[in-house]
Design a protein. Sequence first.
Length: 126
Amino acid sequence: MLLPVSQVASLVNSLKLDWIDKVYLNEVPNEDVDNSDLTVMLLQETDSTPSDYANSTFKGVFLGVEIQVFYSLDMADNFNLLQAEIDLMKSFKNAGWSIVSSQHHTTDPDTNQITKTIYVTKDSLI
């Protein structure tokens, strides 16, 4: 079974979202930390707990991923962030993930980028 962040990255990459420039797993490389010209998605694991217990053992793993989006400062004025995020969350739902939380938009104090954080989970049988 792939790590939860790898599963989410695979799903995001399969969606071919033209508004996401790069997807990073676990950390943003130093060379891109302050790059506000790109819209990047950072994926971090939040859970991988045994689940679905039966016959004195577990039959599944409960997976969790934090999805952080840092929007480019050069994003087109007519780009509808909220609709893009709704479509993204629907894609996760359709792929069997649950949306646990969709946090409010914030502004990164270092880059002035608009950011969004979404938490998704999935109970995967093994």
